[in-house]
Each structure stands twice: as C-alpha cells, then as structure tokens.
Design a protein around this ligand. Structure first.
Ligand code: ADP
Length: 247
C-alpha cells in the first residue's frame, strides 16, 4: 500500500488550551480513516490541520505531494500547495446561497484552478449525476434538502480533484431521515477508491466503511486500528467508556 498521509508530532494549542498533544498516524492510499471520540477532544482541529484551516504549532505532516514542518512558520506558497492536496467537506456544507448548484461546484475549478468553464461544467455535471443531483443543477441551495446540500458540498470538494477527501461530521447537521443518503454517497466514494478521513459520530457507519479508526481523547490518539479492534474489541478503558455511552 502507498502511504498518502503521514502525521508526526502534531501539536496545536488555542491560547492556553492544548487541543492536540502529539498526534501520530498514517493513512494509506485508497483507504477510509474514521476519527471518533468525545466532543471537544480535538477531532475537528486534527482534520482542519490536514488542510491548514488550523495551523499546527508543531508537527511534520505530509499530505500526498506536499510536506510541511509546522514547527517553522511555513511560507504562504507552501501552505497553498499543501491545501490543494485535499478537499474539505464542512459540517454545514458552506455553499454560496446566491449561486446555483452548478455555479457552486465550478467556482473552485474555474476561479482557483483556471480550468476552462466548459470542461469544469462537464466534470461537475458527471459528479452531480453520480450523487443523484443531475436534475438540480440550476437550483439554489435553499431549494434543496439538507442532505442534497451536503451532497453538493461533497461534489464541490471532489471537483477540485484532490488526492484526499476530508469530511468533518458530514451528517451531524442533518435531520435523521437524510443521514442515510449522505452516508451512502460516502460509502460509494470509498468503493471507488477515494482516500478519505472522516470525523464522525456514526459508529455503525465507521464500523462498516472504515479501514482504520482513530479514537481521539483529550488531544491524543488513545486507540487506533481496524474497526474490528477499536470498535468491536477496544482495549483502552477510555474507548470502552466512550462506546458504552453511545449505546
Ligand atoms: P471535537 O471536534 O473533538 O469536538 P474540536 O477540535 O472542535 O473538538 O475542539 C477541541 C477544543 O478546542 C475545544 O475545547 C474547542 O472549544 C477548542 N477550539 C476549537 N477551535 C478553536 C478556536 N478556533 N479557538 C479557540 N478554541 C478552539
């Protein structure tokens, strides 16, 4: 397996609060990593560090073709290159409300990547088709359900052709009946071979789809391994307690 992400010694504080206190893990190409753990344990900060949405205080992180040592202040160009390796899907999708579905999706490819509009549009149409939104290209976000909006959020990230997809609690803002449709899209992407890191509270989903589970507690990875270990046979007391509280 080819390693696509490597994180070594990741630290991040917000003021006096040490949020990430030495995180190490790797992600192989074509695999799904689920990040689970209690609220406030640092999961989102960990994910955001992989896209430099939060800048770590220390740590060497490689994402695909870009490596940054965050203990020295990185150059802006290096951060831009690092950020371009991954696509980030936000909890609340962050779509532009005044743009149509198609306009939302092609914005990045056309404006940032300077790709021809016709090409970006054709790619976007194929992607939107693949998530069941081929007939909603001209809709505005407010005309879509939360689940449809989140699927557009996923397509918008995919349209930039990243090496890795990072998803931050992609279903936690959705009404329960809409969760399944979005999880099905993520599962489909996994079967297409996308490399993904997903922060999620959906333990059943993590068990089914993840190759690797990271259980984060108080800023460290307290337990990691395949779901058959971390979810079905956890050895750390903190993991056992966390999973017990969910059921
Ligand atoms: P999780 O995703 O596990 O719920 P987060 O990574 O969102 O945890 O947050 C971890 C801790 O860091 C929390 O205490 C949160 O309040 C704090 N935190 C996150 N982002 C910021 C920020 N931008 N400024 C200050 N504190 C933050």
């Amino acid at each position: 397996m080819t390693e696509l992400i490597s994180v070594q010694g990741l630290h991040k504080a917000f003021g006096d609060l040490d949020v990430l206190r030495g995180i190490d893990f790797t992600v192989d190409e074509g695999t799904v990593t689920a990040v689970i753990g209690p609220s406030g344990s640092g999961k989102t900060t960990l994910l955001r560090s992989l896209n430099a949405l939060d800048l770590p205080d220390a740590g060497v992180i490689r994402v695909a073709d870009s490596t940054i040592d965050f203990s020295t202040r990185p150059q802006r160009e290096a951060i831009a290159e690092y950020r371009a390796q991954s696509g980030f899907v936000f909890q609340n999708h962050n779509l532009f409300p005044h743009k149509t579905v198609m306009e939302n999706v092609i914005e990045g490819p056309v404006i940032v990547q300077k790709r021809p509009v016709a090409e970006a549009t054709a790619d976007a149409r194929a992607l939107l088709d693949s998530v069941g939104l081929g007939d909603r290209l001209d809709s505005y976000p407010s005309q879509l359900s939360g689940g449809q909006q989140q699927r557009v959020g996923i397509v918008r990230a995919l349209a930039m052709k990243p090496k890795v997809l990072l998803l931050d609690e992609p279903t936690s803002a959705l009404d329960p009946e809409l969760v399944g449709g979005v999880l099905a899209v993520i599962k489909d992407l996994a079967s297409q071979g996308w490399t993904m890191v997903v922060v999620t509270h959906e333990i059943a989903f993590a068990r089914k789809v993840a190759d690797q589970v990271l259980f984060v507690d108080q800023g460290v990875i307290a337990e990691q391994g395949p779901p058959s270990d971390v979810i079905d046979n956890p050895t750390e007391e903190r993991t056992i307690q966390f999973l017990r509280r969910l059921t």
